[in-house]
Write a protein that binds this ligand. Structure first.
Ligand SMILES: NC(=O)c1ccc[n+]([C@@H]2O[C@H](COP(=O)([O-])OP(=O)(O)OC[C@H]3O[C@@H](n4cnc5c(N)ncnc54)[C@H](OP(=O)(O)O)[C@@H]3O)[C@@H](O)[C@H]2O)c1
Length: 291
């Protein structure tokens, strides 16, 4: 699996990362229960298989199943920590510096490691007040202290509304931006990705496969698309075709799903850089290509 430098962190990561969300909770449609003995074994097999296949970047959060995702990943980290770039998250809303430090210590225990490569403020939409709180109210200070102690490698944030993450770009403490960016939600393309590129911040996508929303919609609206091309492939190839994206986090439950995505990445050679796609009407009309 091809590796890429994760922006200015210099970490070498695979082009897809293993998303830890599915290891957190039940999924009735998929008959998936990561709390059961069988489900635990299945999740651990998927994590091991992903690493075996060259996926060296794992993303999780304390909030995924009240620590269940971190605990399952920790079972594997016990013996394979050095093979992975490990990222988790921390809550910050109304939280103090002491809470942030405590939360990271709890994550370290569940993940059975002494250091985390990346810790991100787990966010959705950051208002100006949220920004003030994070950078001046204690949470950032907490992570910087842990970074100085060698317990945290790099600091980042995650955002469902990427344009609200822009305000953090001037703070060089924030090296990693995990952004919702996919085939149907392209706000990041216009509102932050040029700026992250300018400062060489790391960009990883979340909801890479649209969390299945696009595929589900298409099943009703345009069932014939399913025969034309695998819509999960379309989604993955879309983000990997944007030169401003370093790695794409994908939720993968089963070893077979890992194999599908590893094959997609290994077989894919981008033919067009979506960073160059005209996105304003005026630019579309100015474009020289006939499409
Ligand atoms: N920071 C945040 O607030 C935040 C929010 C969302 C996600 N994330 C991170 O990003 C990761 C990915 O996001 P996500 O899990 O919401 O959505 P996603 O990666 O867009 O979609 C994941 C789902 O797509 C399906 N899938 C993946 N590859 C497939 C393939 N080749 N063929 C068919 N189906 C495939 C799987 O479905 P099945 O369910 O059928 O297995 C999987 O659960 C999360 O696990 C998490 O680490 C972070």
């Amino acid at each position: 699996m091809q590796k890429i430098a994760l922006g200015r962190t210099g970490l070498q990561v695979s082009r897809i990362a293993l998303g830890g969300y599915p290891f957190g909770g039940l999924n009735r449609a998929n008959d998936w229960d990561p709390w059961s003995e069988e489900g635990r074994k299945s999740a651990i097999a998927t994590i091991n298989h992903a690493i075996d296949q060259g996926i060296n970047y794992i993303d999780t959060a304390p909030g995924y199943g009240e620590g269940n995702s971190e605990r399952l990943i920790g079972e594997v980290m016990k013996t394979r920590r050095d093979e992975c770039v490990l990222a988790t998250k921390v809550r910050w809303e109304n939280m103090t510096k002491a809470f942030v430090i405590e939360s990271v210590h709890e994550s370290l225990k569940r993940l059975q490691t002494e250091r985390l490569d990346i810790v991100q403020f787990h966010g959705g939409m950051f208002t100006a007040a949220d920004y003030e709180h994070i950078v001046k109210g204690g949470p950032l200070e907490g992570l910087v202290e842990l970074q100085q102690q060698g317990k945290v490698g790099f600091i980042g944030l995650t955002s469902e509304e990427p344009w609200t993450a822009r305000q953090f770009l001037s703070h060089r403490e924030f090296d990693v931006f995990q952004l919702a960016y996919n085939f149907i939600y392209q706000s990041a393309a216009r509102h932050i990705l040029n700026e992250t590129k300018e400062v060489d911040a790391a960009v990883v996508t979340m909801r890479t496969m649209t969390s299945g929303i696009f595929q589900r919609g298409a099943r009703y609206l345009a069932p014939e698309w399913q025969q034309a091309k695998d819509l999960f492939q379309v989604c993955l190839e879309f983000v990997l075709s944007d030169s401003r994206v370093h790695s794409a986090i994908v939720g993968m439950r089963w070893p077979s799903e890992v194999d599908l995505n590893v094959k997609l990445v290994n077989d894919f050679k981008p033919a067009f850089d979506f960073a160059k796609l005209p996105r304003m009407t005026v630019d579309v009309y100015r474009a020289e290509d006939a499409e």
